[in-house]
Design a protein around this ligand. Structure first.
Ligand code: ZN
Length: 276
């Protein structure tokens, strides 16, 4: 058993090293010897500001994860199909966020299924390969986790559970092999009152132990609501974050950080899908 654990730990370390790949060598003398911390920048709700966000990340050689509600695509202040395609084409991860941004914990399991499965089906029909899901409002229960798995997601992101001002005793980072793959922890969402130093501190907290730090963003614009960050603040944060590479901290889409695999959709007429 002990040997097995050791082998597992070793293969996890090798997987991380392999995932870092040629980019680490290309980075030259300043490259870290070893990745200790992976930051995943996740952006929820398929917002119209996200194509510009994707380009900002690209400027720093970073790729993020964009969670989309397929029924809202093309709506007011939302991504267009074209905008979404541009983000995906640049190498960012596209993930599911339910059809209409519902609070899953208020739905019966039978109502959760179409919200999660049909949303993923639609993304697949648009040509994407969604492997991770984000629960709207971070609202999750055991039914939602089971449905996420049934719909073929290999992992899912919650909101909260990692260290922040409201939870000083929470761990600073999630494991690269999260204890619960269907409720991956994060600090609370970045909001308009989250300062640059708060974001930096979350990275420093994660670096203390090493591990995965998924950060949750929504809109990126000036004076556009509580769940927003200004382009300037995000840009300053990314500039600082890029230099953490020398400390073994890199940025990756969530699916790559945890090695999420593509799993097939359940058949649309599967009777289990229709069960209440
Ligand atoms: Zn959301």
């Amino acid at each position: 058993m002990r040997l097995f654990r050791r082998v597992t730990a070793l293969s996890a370390a090798l997987a991380v090293a392999a995932a870092l790949g040629p980019a680490a060598h290309a980075a030259g003398a300043g490259a870290p010897k070893k990745v200790r911390t992976i930051v995943s920048l996740t952006f929820d709700d398929g917002d119209s500001t996200h194509p510009a966000v994707a380009r900002m990340l690209e400027k720093y050689g970073m790729r993020g994860t964009f969670y989309v509600n397929t029924d809202t695509v093309g709506g007011e202040e939302k991504l267009t199909r074209r905008g979404l395609a541009a983000i995906a084409k640049a190498g960012h991860e596209i993930g599911g966020h339910t059809l209409t941004h519902v609070r899953l914990t208020e739905l019966a399991r039978g109502e959760q299924e179409p919200q999660i499965c049909d949303d993923r089906r639609k993304l697949v029909s648009w040509g994407y390969r969604p492997v991770t899901l984000a629960y709207p409002f971070g609202a999750v229960d055991s039914d939602a986790m089971a449905v996420a798995r049934r719909c073929g997601y290999d992992a899912a992101r919650g909101v909260g559970g990692l260290r922040e001002w409201s939870c000083p005793t929470c761990p600073g980072a999630e494991s690269f092999r999260p204890k619960n793959r269907y409720d991956i922890r994060t600090p609370g969402s970045v909001r308009e009152d989250t300062l640059l130093r708060h974001m930096r501190q979350q990275v420093l907290n994660a670096e203390r132990t090493g591990g995965l730090l998924p950060l949750v963003f929504h809109r990126v614009c000036d004076d556009c609501g509580l769940y927003s960050v200004t382009p300037r603040r995000l840009n300053d944060f990314l500039g600082w974050l890029k230099d953490r590479r020398s400390r073994g901290t890199v940025v990756k889409p969530l699916k790559d950080a945890i090695g999420a695999r593509h799993r097939p959709l359940p058949p649309a007429d599967d009777p289990a899908t229709a069960q209440g």
